[in-house]
Structures are given as C-alpha cells and as structure tokens.
Ligand binder design. Sequence first.
Ligand code: PHE
Length: 344
Amino acid sequence: MSLTERIAALEAELESATARTAEEVEKFRVAMLGRNGAVTELFEAFKQVAGEEKRALGQRMNQLKQAAQARLEALKSGVEASGPAKGSALDMSAPALTEPLGSHHPISIVRARITEVFGRIGFTVSQGPEIEDDHHNFGALNFAPDHPARDMQDTFFVEGDDRALRTHTSSVQVRVMESTRPPIRTISPGRVYRNEAISARAHCMFHQVEGLYVDKGVSFAELKGTLDYFTKSMFGSDVTIRMRPSYFPFTEPSAEVDMSCSICGGAGCNICKHSGWVEIMGCGMVDPAVLANCGIDPDEYSGFAFGMGVERIAQLIYRVPDLRMYWENDVRFLDQFSAATFRS
Ligand code: PHE
C-alpha cells in the first residue's frame, strides 16, 4: 500500500471511529497517536520518503495528525456529555445519598405531648418573660416577704435590677389573670431557673408546664378529674393517681400528685424507690388572696392550678437515669428519640 493509500485508509478510519466510554477513548488515542499508533507509524514511514514526494505529502500528513487529534477531542467530550456509562465507577441508578435527619429533643417531644393533651380539653398556651419582677414571680402569688424561696440560695437575681430569672411559670399565670377575664383555661410551658447544684437529680434550669383554670364554681373534684385524664393520656389507662396534702403559698388546699409507677406497675422498682408511686406534680385550688391580687373577685370565681417538671415526665416515659443527659447534646443520647413523634 502506498503512503497516499495508507493516509486515505486512516482518514476513513478516523471518520468512523466511535467511543462509548472513557476507556474506549483511551484505546483510540493509543491506537492512533500512541508511540506505536497508526498515525505515529505513518510519520515514521514518511521520514523515509525523499525530496519532491515528501513536500507534496507533508501537508496531508499534518492534516491527518490534526484530524486524529480533533477526533480524539470530539470522542472525549461526547463521552463526558453523555455521562459515565454502565460499568463505570458512578452508578447513576444507585439511590441518592441523603444527610441523616436530626431528631426532636426529648424535652420538646414531651412538652408538645403535654400541650396536645391539655389542648384536647380546652387549655390554651400562654407565655411570659424568663426574667421576671418580684411581683409576678413572688408577690402576687402570696410569697411572704421573708419566704425562703426569695432567698439568694434559690433564686438567680439580675445584678443591679430588682428582677430575677423566674423560678416557676406561675408568673405567667399571674400575667394571664391580670389581663384576662375568666373563664381562663391555660397552660404555661417554659424554662425556669433555680440556684441548685447540678447533679443527676437536680439542675439549675429545667422546664415546667403549669396549668390554670379559673371560672365560676371550679372544684377540687374537677382538678382531680383533669389530672387523672392527663396522666392516663400520657402514661396509659392503667395508671392511677393519688393526692397527698402539701403546701404552696399560692394554693389552698394544696396537694402533691403521685402516679402509680408506670415502670413496675406499682409492684416496686428502683424508679419508685419500691413504693409503687412516683411524684409527678404539685397542685391546689388557687388561693382567694391570689385571685384578688390579680383583680379577680374570689367571691365570684374559684380556680385550680398545677405545675409539673417536663424533665421529670420525660424521665418516666423514656427512663432517663440522669438529668444532665438532657443538656449534654450527646448525639448517642439524642439519636434514640429520632423515631419518637410529637403526638401521643
Ligand atoms: N409553682 C409550683 C412549683 O414550681 C408548682 C405548682 C403550680 C404547685 C401550681 C401548685 C400549683 O413547684
């Protein structure tokens, strides 16, 4: 075959060359332009050609080389545009990689559940400031001026101010009573602060949900019925509650509410300290003096109030052994709640 014929044959080969993968493009490059490639070999043969013929063929040789390079580029970009084909490192049919979803904090889950249960029986949600004045946190709630709860031991005071971090969300109830006419049926979820040493069983900040119902003729029986409905909705219909006489400055009579231990069913375990009962909240009938302090006529209206710690309720639901775990943001702890939902 003459050199001219070989050039023509190669030109035809270049024209019809195809490649579906990057490997095939590389194969083409080696076959044509590689050290022993057809085009390279042709240039070796061309070196042997003499004088007149060399001049005549030189231009075609250069055109052939350019055509081979242009074809290589075209094949390359064709493969890139159509994406990697089957068998390459990237499998386009594989499911997409997604970021793992976070989870709601157990306190948020339980607070939302509590809110939902009370919402079913007509309780709205009220909020108030975390930095409170003495009147709303203590004074209006009948705390005597020398009551120990006002003491520096329990309360975080704001420096240079007569205000403090609220020690309970009863302060919100005062604000609601001062600004709303009965009937009032509301709960106040929120963060509260107490100057306590941090341990497995106590923290200097925690969450409460307090509740208030003020209307004509509200009775202690309604208080008990409401709390019984709440505990059964949260923990299941098997649990029962009992009330023990207690004292709060703002309720009279007052009670602590115990629930039959939801973990051992009342048989006795570590959580209930083998008593079969766990304390879950404080409650009572709103003291008539508190109603009067807030501008509500105690001769016309009566009310009940209750207050619980969200960490405590969550501890009983999820068996959290140490209160500090709620605040550490350890994902090994938090991940366990990813399947939990806001609804009860
Ligand atoms: N405010 C009380 C506390 O923080 C709880 C409570 C609320 C008790 C309402 C009785 C009635 O401990």
